[in-house]
Design a protein around this ligand. Structure first.
Ligand code: 3HC
Ligand code: NAI
Length: 725
C-alpha cells in the first residue's frame, strides 16, 4: 500500500509508504486522497497526522514521472488545497527528509513537527524546475520573502534546528516524531485554524520589496549563468507579494511549463539520475563491483599534508574515521597539522552556530613522522608530490609496514596506477583515489582501477567515497584518467584561439556565458601556469630539449602553441604571481583584470608569425573548445576508460564547473546532435591536419552513421560498436 491509516485514540495517522524515499508518485497521491478522504469522513477522527514510513517523510514528487502523463493525474496542489481546507487539524510528522513536494505537503498541513536529524527544503531548482505545488506561495507567507528566497533559489536542505529558528516547523523533537505529532494534534483539536491556513495569509512586504526582488534576480543571473530555474523561482515568489494566493498559483504553473520548454529540466534531471547511477553499470573489466561486499574502513592514513592531503584528512575525520597523517619532516608536519586543525576548528564553530554537533574532532587526526605507526590501518591514501619515483618509494614502504590486507591508494592526478602497484606485494589492493581540490569541499572522486585491482578493492573505495559524501566515479587507468584527459584538447584549442586573434577574456567570456563557473584562462591562472609548464618541459616540448630548427608553432610534427611557455619564462605564473593571463591587484590577489600587456604581447606574437587575426566569435570559441573536449570523451568511451557517457558527464558536472543545466559534455553533444559535432570537427581537421586531437573519434563517426541515437541508447551502442573496433 502506498499509504496506510491507523487510529491512535481520536487521531488518524496516515503513513506514506513508497520506498526508498516516499516519492509522491501517482499511486501515492491516489492513496493519500483515499486515506485522507476516509479520515475526514470518519466521525471518530478528530485530528490527522501525516507521516512517512522507513524514517523519511517524503523526497517530493516522483521525478521519473515528469516526462510521463502520470503527472497529470491528481495534482499535488489539489491534495494540498484539500488538506489545508480540512476542518480537522492536520499535523505533519517530519522524519528524515521533507523535500520539494514533500515539504509542500507539510506546508499545507496546519502544524509541522520535525525530528532533530531531519532536513527540509525546496530543492526543485537543482533539477531545473521550481516548486510547483504551492511552495513558492506558502513558504513566503510563512517565513517572509528574503528567507523563502534563500531556501528556494539555492535549493538548500535546511537542518531541523534552523527550520525551527526561521519558522518553517513548529517543534523539533529528539524522540519519536509521530508520537510527538499525535500529542500536538490532540492539543489543537477544536482550536481556530484560520491563520494556520497559509494560503489565506498575506506575504509580509515593505515598500522596498520590488527593488529587493530585482536585485536578487540580478545577482542570480550572474551567479547561475544561464540557468533559468533560479530566475523562475524568484518570479514565482514575486507573484506571492500582495497578490491573492490563486494568482501566485497560476504564475507557478505557467513558469513550470515555460521552464520545461527550455530543455534545462530534462538536462538537470538526466544529471540527477546519472549521479545516482554511476558505478551501477558493468564496467569494461566485465565485473560488477556493486554486487561485492565492501570491507569496512575503520581507520585510515594520509601520506603528505599538502593542498590535497589536508582536505582528504578532513573528509575522513568528518566521516568519523580516525586518521593518521604522516609527513616527511617535522616542519612540514607542524605546518600541515596547523592547517588541518584550523580547518576542523572553523568547521566545528560553523556547525555549533547552526545548533549541530560536529562529527569530526581535533582528536580524530593523529600526526606522525613514523611509518611504522601505520601497521594497523585499513585504508591508506598517498598524496605526496606528483613524482613517479617518490610515489613508488612510498608504496614500497607501505607494502613493508602495513598489514597484508590494507588498501593502498594513490591520489595521483594522472600517473600510471599499475606502475605504482608493481612495487607492492598485493597489487590487487592498490587503487587510485583522485580527489579534487579543495578535497574537503569538492564532491567529485575519480576511483581509478588498475589492471590488477580487485572488485572488492573497487567496492571498498567506491563505498568509502559515498561515506565521505562524494560522487565516486569508477574510471580506467590511462594518462590523466578521464577529467584531466578531456581538459587537454579543450585547453589546446583555447590557446590556439589566442594565436588566431582572441584575447584571454574573449575566450573566458564565451565559456562563462555558456555557463562554466570559470573560463579556461582564469582557471589556469588559479591553478598556476607553472604546473603545466613543468610537465611540458618534462615531455621535451619546451625549453632546452626542443631540437634546433623546430618551428615555433610545431612540436614532434604537430601544432604547438608556445605562448603559455613564453608567459612562464617571464615569471607570469598566474594568481600567485599577481600576473598570468590576467593581472591581479597583488600576488595571490583574486580579481582578474584584462591585462593590456597580454593583449600587446599576443599582437606582437601574431605579427612575428604573420598571423592575420580574426575577430573574436563566441560561437566559434564554443565549438572549438567544447567539441575538442567532447571528441576526447568519445575516445575515452572507445578505450573503455569510462563505462558510459553518463560517467563523463558526472565527472564534468561535479569536478570541472560544467553547467548542470546543460547536462554534461556528452549530453550536450546529444542535444546539439552528433552529426553537427562531427561536421565541425571534420572540417577543422581537414584544414588543420597537424592537430590530431581534432580528428573525429571513430565512435563519434559510428554514432553519426547510425543516425545519432538518443543518449540513453549510447551505452548499448558503445558496446556494439566498440566490439567491432
Ligand atoms: N523521485 C524519484 N526518485 C527519487 C527521488 C524523487 N524525488 N529522490 C530520490 N530518488 C531515488 C534515487 O534516484 C535513488 O534511486 P535508486 O536507488 O534507484 O538509485 C533512490 O531514490 C535513493 O536516492 P539517493 O541515492 O539520492 O539517496 P540519498 O539517501 O543519498 O539521498 C535524498 C536522499 C536527499 C532524498 C536525495 O535522493 C534527493 O535529494 N532527492 C531529490 C529531492 C528533490 O529534488 N525533490 C524535489 C522533487 S520535484 C518536486 O517535488 C516537484 C514539486 O514541487 C511538485
Ligand atoms: P603539495 O605539494 O601541496 O603537497 C605534497 C605534500 O607531500 C607536501 O606537504 C610534502 O611535504 C609531502 N611529502 C613529500 N614527500 C613526502 C614523503 N616522502 N613522505 C611524506 N610526505 C611527503 O601537493 P598537492 O597539490 O597536495 O598534490 C599531492 C598529490 O595530489 C599529487 O600527486 C597531485 O598530482 C595530486 N593532485 C593535486 C591536485 C591539486 O589541485 N593540487 C588535484 C588532484 C590531485
Amino acid at each position: 500500500m502506498a499509504a496506510t491509516r491507523r487510529l491512535s485514540h481520536t487521531v488518524a495517522v496516515i503513513t506514506i509508504n513508497h520506498p526508498p524515499v516516499n516519492a509522491l508518485s501517482s499511486s501515492v497521491r491516489h492513496a493519500i486522497v483515499k486515506e485522507f478522504g476516509e479520515a475526514t469522513k470518519d466521525p471518530s477522527v478528530k485530528a490527522i497526522v501525516l507521516a512517512g514510513a522507513n524514517g523519511k517523510f517524503s523526497a517530493g514528487a516522483d521525478i521519473r514521472e515528469f516526462a510521463t502523463s502520470a503527472l497529470k493525474t491528481v495534482s499535488l496542489e489539489d491534495i494540498n488545497a484539500t488538506i489545508e481546507a480540512s476542518r480537522k487539524p492536520v499535523v505533519a510528522a517530519i522524519e528524515g527528509v521533507a523535500l520539494g513536494g514533500g515539504l509542500e505537503l507539510a506546508l499545507a498541513c496546519h502544524f509541522r513537527v520535525a525530528s532533530a536529524q531531519s532536513r527540509v527544503g525546496l530543492p526543485e531548482v537543482l533539477i531545473g524546475i521550481l516548486p510547483a505545488a504551492g511552495g513558492t506561495q506558502r513558504l513566503p507567507r510563512l517565513i517572509g520573502v528574503p528567507a523563502a528566497l534563500d531556501v528556494i533559489v539555492r535549493g538548500r536542505h535546511v537542518p531541523a534546528t534552523e527550520a525551527l529558528q526561521i519558522g518553517i516547523v513548529d517543534e523539533v523533537v529528539q524522540g519519536n516524531v509521530v508520537n510527538a505529532a499525535i500529542q500536538l494534534a490532540r492539543t489543537v483539536i477544536g482550536t481556530d485554524l484560520g491563520k494556520r491556513r497559509l494560503s489565506t495569509n498575506f506575504v509580509p512586504s515593505n515598500p522596498n520589496m520590488e527593488s529587493f526582488l530585482d536585485t536578487t534576480a540580478e545577482k542570480a543571473k550572474k551567479q547561475f549563468r544561464g540557468a533559468q530555474a533560479p530566475l523562475a523561482c524568484i518570479e514565482a515568489v514575486r507573484a506571492s507579494v500582495q497578490k491573492p494566493y490563486q494568482h501566485g498559483i497560476e504564475k507557478e504553473k505557467q513558469l513550470f511549463l515555460s521552464l520545461w520548454a527550455t530543455g534545462q529540466p530534462q538536462a538537470q534531471q538526466y544529471a540527477f539520475f546519472s549521479e545516482r547511477n554511476v558505478g551501477k553499470w558493468t564496467h569494461p573489466s566485465g565485473g560488477r563491483w556493486d554486487t561485492i561486499a565492501p570491507k569496512p574502513v575503520r581507520t585510515a592514513a594520509v601520506i603528505g599534508l599538502g593542498t590535497m592531503g589536508r582536505g582528504i584528512a578532513i573528509s575522513l575525520a568528518r566521516a568519523n574515521i580516525p586518521v593518521i597523517a604522516l609527513e616527511q619532516d617535522a616542519s612540514q608536519l607542524e605546518f600541515g597539522k596547523k592547517a588541518v586543525n584550523a580547518l576542523l576548528e572553523r568547521e566545528a564553530e560553523k556547525l555549533i552556530k547552526q545548533g549541530l554537533t560536529p562529527a569530526a574532532s581535533l582528536a580524530s587526526v593523529r600526526f606522525t613522522l613514523d611509518f611504522t605507526e601505520l601497521c594497523d590501518v585499513d585504508f591508506v591514501i598517498e598524496a605526496v608530490y606528483e613524482n613517479m619515483e617518490l610515489k613508488k618509494e612510498i608504496f614500497r614502504k607501505l607494502a613493508s609496514v602495513c598489514k597484508p590486507d590494507a588498501f593502498l591508494c594513490t591520489n595521483t592526478s594522472g600517473l600510471d596506477i599499475d606502475e605504482i602497484a608493481s612495487v607492492t606485494k598485493h597489487p590487487h589492493l592498490v587503487i587510485g583515489t583522485h580527489f579534487f581540490s579543495p578535497a574537503n569541499i569538492m564532491r567529485l572522486l575519480e576511483v581509478v582501477r588498475g589492471h590488477h585491482t580487485s572488485l572488492m578493492t573497487i567496492a571498498t573505495a567506491m563505498t568509502l567515497g559515498k561515506t565521505l559524501g562524494k560522487v565516486a566515479v569508477l574510471v580506467g587507468n590511462c594518462p590523466l584518467f578521464v577529467g584531466n584527459r578531456l581538459l587537454g584538447p579543450y585547453l589546446e584549442q583555447a590557446n590556439y584561439l589566442l594565436e588566431e586573434g582572441c584575447n584571454p577574456e574573449d575566450v573566458d567570456r564565451a565559456l562563462e556565458d555558456f555557463g562554466f563557473a570559470m573560463g579556461p584562462f582564469r582557471m589556469m591562472d588559479l591553478a598556476g601556469l607553472d604546473v603545466g609548464w613543468r610537465s611540458r618541459m618534462e615531455k621535451g616540448l619546451t625549453g632546452n630539449k626542443v631540437p634546433e630548427g623546430t618551428p615555433a608553432r610545431q612540436r614532434h610534427g604537430n601544432r604547438y602553441s608556445p605562448v603559455a611557455d613564453m608567459l612562464c619564462e617571464l615569471g607570469r605564473f598566474g594568481q600567485k604571481a599577481g600576473k598570468g593571463w590576467y593581472q591581479y591587484e597583488k600576488p595571490g590577489g583574486r580579481f582578474a583584470q584584462p591585462d593590456p600587456w597580454v593583449k600587446d604581447f599576443l599582437q606582437k606574437y601574431r605579427d612575428t608569425h604573420q598571423i592575420k587575426p580574426r575577430p573574436s566569435n563566441p560561437e566559434l570559441i564554443l565549438e572549438r573548445c567544447l567539441y575538442a573536449l567532447i571528441n576526447e570523451g568519445f575516445r575515452v568511451l572507445e578505450d573503455g576508460i569510462a563505462s558510459g557517457p553518463e560517467d563523463i558527464d558526472v565527472i564534468y558536472n561535479n569536478g570541472y564547473g560544467w553547467p548542470k543545466h546543460r547536462g554534461g559534455p556528452m549530453y550536450y553533444a546529444s542535444t546539439v546532435g552528433v552529426a553537427k559535432v562531427l561536421d565541425v570537427l571534420d572540417q577543422y581537421h581537414k584544414e588543420n591536419p597537424d592537430v590530431p586531437s581534432m580528428k573525429p573519434a571513430f565512435l563519434l563517426k559510428k554514432l553519426a552513421a547510425v543516425g545519432g541515437p538518443p543518449i540513453k541508447e549510447w551505452r548499448t551502442q558503445v558496446g556494439k560498436l566498440t566490439n567491432k573496433l
